[in-house]
Design a protein. Sequence first.
Lengths: 101, 443
Amino acid sequence: MAYVVTDNCVDCRFTQCVAVCPVQCFHADETMVYIDPDNCIDCAGCVEACPVGAIDDEFNLPDDQRYWIEKNRERAAILPRLTGTMDPLPGAEARKAALGL
Amino acid sequence: MSAVGAHDADRRYHVAIVGAGPAGFYAAEALLQASEGVAVDLYDRLPTPYGLVRYGVAPDHPKLKQVITVFRAIAAMAGFRFLGNVTVGRDVSVEDLRRHYHAVIIACGAERDRVLDIPGADLKGVHGGMAFVGWYNGHPYRRSLAPDLSGKTAVVLGLGNVALDVVRILAKPSDALARTDIAAHALETLAASGIERIVVAGRSGPAQARCTEKELREFGTIPGCVTTAEPGHFAASPERGVAAIFSGFPAADAAMGSRHCHFAFGLQPIAILGNDRVSGVRFARSPISEGLPLLGAEVEVDVEADIVIACIGSRATLLPGLPYVGGESFVRNEAGRICDAQGWVPALYAAGWIKRGASGTIGTNRADAVETVGHLLADLPSLPEPTSSVHLLTGAGTSIGRSSISFAQWENIDRAEILGGANHAKPREKITDIAAMILNAGE
């Protein structure tokens, strides 16, 4: 069981999660980050670090969000690993506000 | 014992880090990655690295310990040295380190249990959570704790993750721990445990419990153990968070297992009862209203206890001369620069729990250490040159050179532990005695 990045990261990509990940298991593309489930050690540190609540224990995911489990695995496998934080995407703050956060 | 070899002379700066736990390793990584050219000496008083990953993380949570792979990679970086078996504050002072290094980072954590400041707290059978955790994890300084588990009832004070670890270790059948890296002495004591009932007493309501969901959820799955939670403590039906998990535990269960773990709320301990040893805990019990303790309406209740484990937080590890604040929770610092009453103490930094108090997850220490190292690197050009060399402190012929344990020597200890574990189908059999560790360290 690993942690999973979901919808709210799309177009935000704040990457505070990367700073607190003890094992550098985050990978990124142009829109969001993904967790490599084989590397994640289930410490849950990223859950609180995410300003938009995008990360959850896969146990908690509702049915319509469970596709993210496989998507995280697939994307993390082919994308470069993040070793440090990046600037949020343009519009990230607006999207955060739109999410009511 | 091997002398510590010549140390990366082509690096311009030398930094000492005190404490080889997560904060120490992440600080080392950030320093070694910097373009300034920094050599790092990572000190620990034990011959073993990894701090609370080895001596804190519960033996039945092996996945968390996979972070050691990252620490091993850091230890392999050019410019890194481990100097185990060196007690800063006894074998070498912080002042000495400052004379031999450009800068010193204190990262030795928060090992001391917060004092349960109520009458009877010094009775036999009352233990601190950090001490108990160190005992079952084989910490050499905690071996002698030898808790008496012959009684029927344990009371655990606190609802944080340390409390949950302690409760889970007490609640699990010893068979379920036998193939973990739990210390042999602890497994033996737990196998003979008479504990049938564990009362977990929190001051807060369920929603304020500081444990994490994942750890709490495990309580529904412990073989032979029934978990219940005090009824009537939930605002409504909580949908998410730890309160939702607590509310999912039954108020009572007819089909009791061989063990029973009960979560109770609104309980402030006011005295430990007993004559020569603990026999109970007196609480001021607050009624819980809308999920919160209602203050001013407490009534006294006594709960029977044969052993009490107080998991009520921890205080910074003591090193002589550091400016402790916040009830000794941490040292005074500004974003990692240690400050006394006169202001910043030049070249002295803090990272990890001793910097911010005991909180967060393993990875919190990465961000924390990166912040400290950022300031250290900014200060480096203006810091005075050390008045003496690192070689004069740690080279062949010095007492540290003679007695310190290198990372390669630790790897010998590591191999010996893994070999020792193979006989018992354990991932390792921890060596819990410092002399035996040194014996296995080789040259």
